[in-house]
Unconditional design. Sequence first.
Length: 462
Amino acid sequence: MLESNFFTKFLQLSDIRTVGFILLLVALFKVINVLQKKKVSFSTRMITGTLIGLVLGVIVQGVAKFPENPGDIAWINELSGWYSFVGGGFIDLLKMLVVPLIFLSIIRVIMNMQGDNLGKLTTRTIVTLIGLTSVAALIGIALGVLFNLGQGFDVINNTAEIRESVSLAETIRGLLPSNIVSAMAEGNIVGVVIFSAFVGTSIRRLSKKYAETIEPFVKWVEASYKIIISVTMTIIKLMPYAVIALLANTIISNGIGVLASVGKFIVCLYLAVLIMLVVHMTIAMINGISPVAYIKNASEPLILAFTSRSSLGTLPVTIETLQNKFNVNEGVASFVASLGSNMGMNGCAGIYPALTTIMLAQITNTPIDISFCMMLLVIIAISSFGIAGLPGTATIAISVVISGMGMESYFPLLGAVIAVDPIIDMGRTMLNVSGTITSSISVDRGLKRDEAKENKSVKKAV
């Protein structure tokens, strides 16, 4: 044990166990590196990294004798800091790409788009995203009632505080980029999409009369897009290493014993996630993609979303997967995935608010009838606009929904659920990304079918 502040606070290496598990992480990175050199597929390396991270987290907990409060143990805090440096650093690199990638891709898509496809694309995207979130909410409501969530729940020492909620009008206005630099800095992706759409539309409008004048900017957009895609692919190659640290750190920081107090809620949420995944696979199958192919092709962004707990951080990987694995038009992939990282999130804005509201109703003996469920469904659908795809923002979603249901005074009763939010958030975020992928596929295939019909009609007319 090294007690010096230099080791405890600066280096965070005051315990031999901290050093040992850091060296073990480095050794496990070597395993992934060997697999990479042997040309093992990226998906296999991702799955291997996930399994290694799971086992590593359990081993650390075992060495610490499975403490109820891992945060009270100094060497675990030190180890978590180092693992977070690796896993969180990777997510930071991905987030670094989000704004330039979306800004450039949306401009590029719109300036090259033909006909009136932009209106169709926007309408279908919003309808599909909100529609899937409503289905997710229905599943959450049904399971919440079926499982009797909240009955016999311990309400002692629950001190969670409700987040400030705002009206629908304020929420929508908040998405408008009054300052585009501020919107980019704050990660307001919808704001970036709106600004990029205006730029792209203006380029289309000026392309005939002022083609020579705007040509340098058009070439800059094309060149910059190629460069940012190259940077994206370079960073994505680090994913199998990052998921080891991300998943292990989640287990290390939260422990295993904490799951027992809200075990029924966790089981119910993950069951809802599985059911909704089946819905996603069914929609994919309707659009010509088998369930096996869907899971295989979507595995990389889903695993990253599960371990990173960030829909927004996963966005570059989601777009790349849609284009290369599902043959989704790059414009549709960029547009739908961008909006899907901020609205219509099946897990955070659909299932989770539904389950928590039903749980509160059961705890407080609030009648759950048809009108209650219909009102809850409408509020969830409306409030799913503009939920940022970052870890922890689902708490804002349930705050808005619970306030809309007039139950904000009961929010502190959710303290135990909020305490295990990282464990819950893994499944929620994975479902968010799966919903975005499914929506992108559905919108893309729908537009292609419309285009095929139009071409067929033109041929008949000729």
